[in-house]
Design a protein. Structure first.
Length: 191
């Protein structure tokens, strides 16, 4: 199997690409803290290296509907510089597949509707967590049944899940796995 070259920007734990690591692909993590390969502000990062998959996880605080103090989407003036940097990196690096992820909230009001609306609960998260994905991805939904431990998806938010904000931002392993398998298969087809 071809070794995939994978990049994750705005991360700390690299949860979104854990399955890629476990399946021995070549993974680079960029973030401001944590056990990452490149510690830097993504707004200063440039690359023209080719990646099979680039994924970005900009902080959601300013876009979150849970942040009711920030008001309605139309009344917000969030700092878009990190999200803009993610789009710029995609333009510069031209990856085969890419994704920008954010909890369903106000980001779609500023950058348009996402290509995918999913629920993390369907991928093994401890609560439903509706999430938007923008980008170019191979069809991954059909991989779900075989790879995700079902039966943990309908628990009430926070009933037994972690409350710490940084841990809440972790992506369920099931999503990482279905993305990994879908990208592996699409690359295989290309030969
Ligand atoms: C929503 S969390 C994503 C967490 C990720 N899913 C994980 O498994 O660690 C956003 C991450 O972006 C990082 N971050 C915030 N501002 C950044 C910046 N300007 N450049 C790079 N990373 C940044 C934060 O430290 C945080 O780890």
């Amino acid at each position: 199997m071809k070794k995939l070259k994978v990049f994750s920007g705005c991360t700390e734990y690299g949860s979104e690409v854990q399955a890629f690591k476990d399946r021995d692909h070549d993974v680079t993590l960029l973030g401001m803290c944590g056990d990452v390969d490149i510690t830097m502000d993504i707004r200063d990062f440039h690359t023209t290296e080719h990646y099979d998959f680039m994924t970005f996880h900009p902080p959601c605080t300013e876009f979150s509907k849970a942040n009711w103090r920030a008001g309605k989407c139309k009344d917000r003036t969030p700092d878009m510089s990190i999200v803009e940097a993610c789009f710029r990196i995609v333009r510069e690096a031209k990856p085969t597949f890419w994704m920008i992820e954010n909890p369903q909230g106000c980001l779609r009001y500023f950058i348009g509707r996402p290509q995918y609306c999913i629920k993390y609960g369907d991928y093994g998260h401890y609560c439903q967590k509706p999430t938007d994905l923008w980008g170019v991805l191979p069809w991954f939904a059909s991989y779900q049944k075989n790879n995700v431990p079902l039966g943990v998806h309908n628990k009430t938010a926070y009933s037994d899940g972690p409350r710490a904000a940084d841990k809440r931002a972790m992506i369920p392993y099931g999503l990482s796995m279905v993305l990994c398998k879908a990208i592996e298969d699409s690359q295989q087809l290309e030969g």
